[in-house]
Write a protein that binds this ligand. Sequence first.
Ligand SMILES: *Cc1c(COP(=O)(O)O)cnc(C)c1O
Length: 487
Amino acid sequence: MDAAISGNVSQALQRIGPSLDRFVEGGADAVASAYVRGTVPSELNDLPETGIGLEGALDELSVAIEHGCRIGSPGFLGYITTTSTTIGAAVQAAVAVAGGQRYLLHAFNALEWTALRWLAELCRLPEGVAGVFTSGGSSANLIALGAARQAAYEKLGIDIAQGGQPAGSPAGRIYASERAHRTVHRSAAVLGLGRDAVREIPCDRAGHVDVRLLAQAMAEDSAAGLLPIATVAVAGTTDTGAVDPVGDIVDVARSNGCWVHVDGAYGLVANAVPDLAPRFAGIEEADSWIVDPHKWLATGLGVGAVYVRDQGVLTRAFAEGEAAYLEGSFSPDPSTATSQFDAMGALWADQSLELSAPPRGVLVWAALLEIGATGLRDRIERHVDFARTLADLARAHDELELMCEPDLSIVCFRFRSDQPGVDLDRLNARLLERLRRETPLVPSSTIVDGSFALRPCFINPRTTLREVRALADAVVRIGRELASAPT
Ligand SMILES: *Cc1c(COP(=O)(O)O)cnc(C)c1O
């Protein structure tokens, strides 16, 4: 018998359960551990010839859990990332045991359809869009831009996914603001367009693309014979949380016959909040959209979603093609299925990058089932309020500077001092380092208009107003110390 089929799931989960609970409560710190430097304790380094068994492996896992990744702690405010809430942990266990593949015919696979529909409804996407869950925003952007490239060349009678790019056909261009996520550039690289094919359009200070300059760039490129593949509208930039003027972008793109892609990995779901929806006006006119449930929905990592208006183009761009190992293994008519193995079910494998994949949408379905649309709207409103509160604190305080107005839940601000000889960029960079080392408050940083900015992002369900105020206080306290003792 294979040793790995011994043991039972609930006992295994019970064995690691206390470590997981302690971790969530913030117990045990990783500071002294080898793991914090990204290395593994030496006794676990060598490939074991003889395994230590289920219980032994679970006990070592418990040690790793204590030194796990703390992006879910209330004071972690960096980048745009957080971990799952309790339901996500339970769903991950359920998916591991009973989720299997996202193909075939079963409950988990069926629930993905529901999740795709719910998510589209929350983001107020148009009726009839086709979606697929992905591993995150990176692959979602790649899929959307792959579909856009397919559509653009099809207009010239070229099936680029099938035949590649014929000699003499025009080079493609993608338009995106200079604040667009670098996964747009990587998508261009992977698609064979090249990173340089992304024409970066300048933004205002807060990070909204300048639509006049976009129009100018598209006109220049059109005169030069380049083919517009997609214009990316960012619905919540990673630096400042700015939402591009999507409606204006759509107008310019349309007059150039260009696909519009909305990168809403972080922000698109805020369109569910009526007070915020006006910022997103025009998104329903786009051709493709992405949103990352592993951000504001806090499903836990590994869940993005991409939607397109026309599923056909997605299939033409991403179909695996027929294969002897698949065709003929299933009944041609799934409506007569009596076994879950009678049909492949959803053809998501032909509309994305993966064949084998877990039914990730179940995380979305369960998270929304737990708190409902209202629960999610409340969370987003609360986080946007945190951002406004911090912005107000920064505006009101002589020693703080708000660097741009927040559109959503990211705030860019910094400590400032009138003392002569203080280099504010350097001071704030050191301040950030001290926040990380000395406090539980961990924002990340960016550059606004050439200046270093502290940049907290509020998407973490565990963060409270206490952390927001504590961050402002800590920045003032540490900033004063650094300003009075410049090195
Ligand atoms: C986070 C993010 C991405 C990348 O998504 P991952 O899930 O990290 O791969 C792309 N675009 C924007 C605007 C993002 O905020």
